[in-house]
Design a protein around this ligand. Structure first.
Ligand code: NIG
Length: 393
């Protein structure tokens, strides 16, 4: 049993609405926190006596926040799409077809290279305050290839405890060698049964240029039958009814949510499906931003994630996403931080991360700043001094 006292915390964000200054961030001022064997053991308010611990970390008056929960990523890839990005910035539009460039490079890459790339990106994310990461397959699009990516993802998770959630996204786009209907049959009859036990989640890209609602319904229900939780790429490029499908099937998360009708927002508000917004992709593809304000005002649970991938959003920076959410999507600084931490945890249906209540995993970041507001107030500045995200002992 080792215990660590984090003392002299100027602002402690607990995300416990019953704690400190209450909803949504549960702020405590001039506080301290005890961590024991990887979990939060005690929160100590200003003026209360500090316990004896094995070691002490002096936060020096800085803010301490739950480490970010980045619930949507595509870290299993090879290759580079900077030329496509430059062309887009010169006026070309973003289409799902660019995914095939990454598919070719990923199919040709060794598993060692894919693992090294995923771990490099996870380390990059961690240095910017991320303590929990989801990652997807989706750049192989063959049975052997998708299963190989799942194996690499599991190796990455074993090597880096911040990678906690693995998603099968065989239904990213149809490979050029077969029709979408034939590929969906292959996913349902071949890939999903073989993937059971290797992925916690099943996902599909439900949009123009990818898969329609009926095809995604088939993939998600097959995944559910194999024991996987459901997530869906929904309403990124258009509105073909993906959010409605996610809600109907009880998906944990509908991701992107850029093009939403009032009925979509109402459906999300009356469900347990989290709307995971990925504004870095909208930034990098010069697309409209999702209607975060309408979602929040309707009572929808909103998460923020980076969507790190080589095509639409090659960033691992949750602080950048927070700055976009505040400046471009009119979320408050508190809402954006909550969505990047507790919201991400809700999107992964996890109660052990994304907050610093007693008993939570001690995944937290010490900022080089006196308050969480600085994450949006000082955009582009590296403000994360230290991240703690060791597995529970
Ligand atoms: O979430 N929308 C589909 N998939 C990724 C983009 C993948 C790519 O362009 O390589 C996304 O934005």
């Amino acid at each position: 049993m080792t215990s660590t006292l984090i003392c002299n915390i100027g602002e402690l964000v607990t995300n416990e609405s019953a704690t400190g200054e209450g909803s949504p961030l549960g702020l405590m001022r001039d506080a301290a926190m005890v961590v024991q064997d990887g979990r939060v053991a005690a929160l100590i308010a200003a003026g209360e006596p500090l316990p004896q611990c094995d070691e002490c970390v002096d936060a020096g008056g800085a803010a301490v926040i739950p480490a970010f929960v980045d619930s949507h990523n595509h870290l299993l890839f090879a290759g580079d799409r900077s030329t496509e990005f430059a062309a887009r910035m010169a006026g070309q539009s973003y289409e799902a077809g660019g995914i095939m460039t990454t598919v070719s490079a990923t199919r040709a890459a060794t598993s060692e290279a894919l693992l090294a790339n995923a771990l490099r990106l996870a380390a990059e994310a961690r240095s910017q305050g991320t303590g929990t990461l989801e990652t997807k397959t989706g750049y192989a699009l063959t049975p052997d290839g998708e299963l190989r990516l799942l194996d690499v993802a599991n190796q990455a998770a074993a090597a880096d405890p911040s990678i906690t959630d693995i998603t099968l996204l065989a239904a990213h786009v149809a490979p050029p060698e077969m029709s979408a209907d034939d590929y969906v049959r292959l996913i349902v009859d071949g890939i999903i049964p073989a993937a059971a036990g290797r992925a916690q989640w099943i996902d599909a890209f439900c949009d123009v240029g990818a898969f329609d609602v009926e095809q995604c319904h088939a993939v998600l229900t097959a995944g559910a039958a194999a024991g996987m939780g459901l997530r869906l790429h929904a309403n990124q490029l258009s509105n073909i009814g993906a959010v409605q499908l996610a809600v109907e099937l009880g998906a944990a998360s509908a991701d992107h949510c850029t093009h939403l009708s009032d009925a979509d927002i109402a459906a999300l508000a009356s469900s347990a499906t989290v709307a995971t917004l990925l504004p870095a992709s909208d930034f990098c593809t010069r697309s409209p931003y999702p209607p975060a304000r309408r979602l929040l005002d309707a009572g929808v649970t909103v998460a923020l994630a980076t969507n790190c991938n080589p095509g639409s959003s090659f960033t691992t920076s949750m602080p950048f996403v927070i700055a976009l959410a505040v400046r471009e999507m009119h979320m408050t600084c508190a809402e954006a931080l909550w969505s990047a931490t507790a919201g991400g945890a809700a999107a992964l249906r996890r109660t052990d991360v994304g907050h610093l209540g007693v008993g939570a995993q001690a995944r937290f970041a010490i900022l080089d700043a006196p308050s969480h507001t600085y994450l949006a107030y000082r955009p582009g500045v590296p403000l994360v001094r230290r991240v703690h995200s060791q597995p529970v002992g």
